[in-house]
Ligand binder design. Structure first.
Ligand code: THU
Length: 136
């Protein structure tokens, strides 16, 4: 479990990541900071596209960056939005692939924690690698 300082540090990185969001269509800026078990933090922002379905969410940007850097073991994610909006279903599913009990911290514009939960509460009865009975 993260202590208050670690949590605060992760939240600050999510807020920073939100500053570089590319969201000219929705204007809904999202930042995420994903903490790996080795202490590394991978940040991500949402990156929208004129072809709307090509948009990638902040949480998935962070996961893709981490996995591309060789990290697949995650402890927590902080997510920053204006109003404390929670991760979409696709992001919950992608996070579930690697960390079904990931600690999720959601903050608003004031940096207040709006929700703190674990991924298995946000995605109960999730479908994961074990259902396919193959090695990852
Ligand atoms: N968005 C995220 O980055 N994460 C979520 O989990 C929810 C939605 C982004 C996608 C899009 O750029 C904008 O928020 C509005 O949907």
């Amino acid at each position: 479990m993260l202590n208050t300082q670690q949590k605060q540090a992760l939240i600050e990185q999510a807020i920073k990541a939100r500053d570089v969001a590319y969201a000219p269509y929705s204007h809904y800026h999202v930042g995420a900071a994903l903490l790996a078990a080795n202490g590394e933090v991978f940040i991500g922002c949402n990156v929208e596209n004129a072809a709307f379905p090509a948009t990638i969410c902040a949480e998935r940007t962070a996961v893709v960056k981490a996995v591309s850097a060789g990290q697949q073991d995650f402890v927590a994610i902080a997510i920053a939005t204006v109003d404390g909006g929670s991760p979409c279903g696709i992001c919950r599913q992608v996070l579930n692939e690697f960390a079904p009990t990931l600690h999720v911290i959601i903050t608003n514009d004031e940096g207040e924690i709006v929700l703190e939960s674990s991924l298995d509460q946000l995605l109960p009865y999730g479908f994961g690698p074990s259902h396919l009975k193959t090695e990852k």
